[in-house]
Design a protein. Structure first.
Ligand code: SF4
Length: 237
C-alpha cells in the first residue's frame, strides 16, 4: 500500500461545507475492528509524518471557516507538532469549527483538546465510529471496542458518529433504527457503506441494495446525514 499516493486534501461543498485533510499519525491504538485496515496508514516515523502533515495543512485556505481532520485513528494519535500546526492554521485561516475523529478508548483526551481550541476561538466537533447501536453485533461481529451499551452514554463525550452498513446480518429496520438513534443523540451522523478491503468482513450486496433503494432516498437530503457509498467519497483517501 503506497500511502504517499493518497489524496490528502479536499473540499466538501455540499452539506456542512468544509475543507478536509487526511493526516498521518502513529496509527490507531485500537487496531482491532474486524472490518478495518485503515490503520495501516499509521507510521512510527514522527518526523516524516509531520513533514507530510505540514505540507497537507499548507493547502488549507479557510474558505468555509470549517476544517475536518482525519487520520486513520484518533486525533490524540497525532504528534504534538502536527497539533500545533493545526492550531496555527486555524488561527491564520480563520477556521472557527474543527472536526476531529476519536475512538472510544481515547475519549479522555477530548476535554483538554476542547479547552485548548476554545481558547483560540475554535469549536471542536468530535466524531466517533459507533458503527451500530446494536451492541451485540458491534462487539461480537465488528469488535469495535465500545463496552458501553447505552447510546446516550456513548454519545456523551462526542458530537458526531459514524455508522457502518452493508454487512451480512444487517436489516432495513436495524439500519433505520441506527440512523434515528444517531440523530437523536448526536449532532450529525455519517453513514459508511462497507467496501471490500483486506479484512474478513465483506460487503453484502443484498444489504447494500436494500440500503440504496429503501433508506438512501429517505436520508439523502438530510443535512445532518453524510452518506459515503465509497470510502473516498469525501475526496480523500
Ligand atoms: S478504531 Fe477506526 S482506525 Fe482503529 S481499527 Fe477501528 S475502524 Fe480502524
Amino acid at each position: 500500500m503506497t500511502m504517499e499516493r493518497l489524496q490528502r486534501y479536499s473540499v466538501i461543498r455540499e452539506k456542512n461545507p468544509r475543507e478536509i485533510v487526511l493526516l498521518k499519525g502513529r496509527g490507531c491504538q485500537w487496531r482491532r475492528c474486524a472490518f478495518c485496515d485503515y490503520y495501516l496508514d499509521g507510521s512510527p516515523d514522527e518526523e516524516a509524518d509531520f513533514l507530510v502533515n505540514r505540507e497537507v495543512l499548507a493547502q488549507v485556505t479557510g474558505e468555509t471557516g470549517c476544517l475536518e481532520v482525519i487520520n486513520s485513528g484518533s486525533f490524540s494519535d497525532l504528534d504534538d507538532r502536527t497539533m500545533d500546526e493545526i492550531a496555527s492554521v486555524c488561527c491564520a485561516k480563520h477556521i472557527r469549527e474543527l472536526h476531529f475523529e476519536c475512538h472510544w478508548i481515547n475519549r479522555g483526551a477530548i476535554p483538554k483538546a476542547r479547552s485548548r481550541f476554545r481558547g483560540l476561538g475554535v469549536t471542536l466537533k468530535i466524531k466517533t465510529g459507533v458503527e451500530t447501536f446494536d451492541a451485540e453485533f458491534r462487539e461480537n461481529v465488528l469488535n469495535k471496542g465500545i463496552k458501553e451499551t447505552d447510546p446516550a452514554k456513548i454519545a456523551e463525550p462526542f458530537d458526531e458518529c459514524c455508522l457502518l452498513f452493508g454487512i451480512a446480518g444487517q436489516t432495513k429496520a436495524g439500519m433505520i433504527r441506527d440512523i434515528e438513534t444517531g440523530l437523536k443523540y448526536f449532532e450529525r451522523v455519517c453513514v459508511n457503506i462497507m467496501n471490500e478491503n483486506g479484512t474478513e468482513i465483506h460487503p453484502d450486496p443484498e444489504v447494500i441494495r436494500t440500503f440504496r433503494s429503501e433508506i438512501l432516498p429517505v436520508y439523502r437530503d438530510n443535512d445532518r446525514v453524510d452518506i459515503l457509498m465509497n470510502n473516498t467519497d469525501f475526496g480523500v483517501g
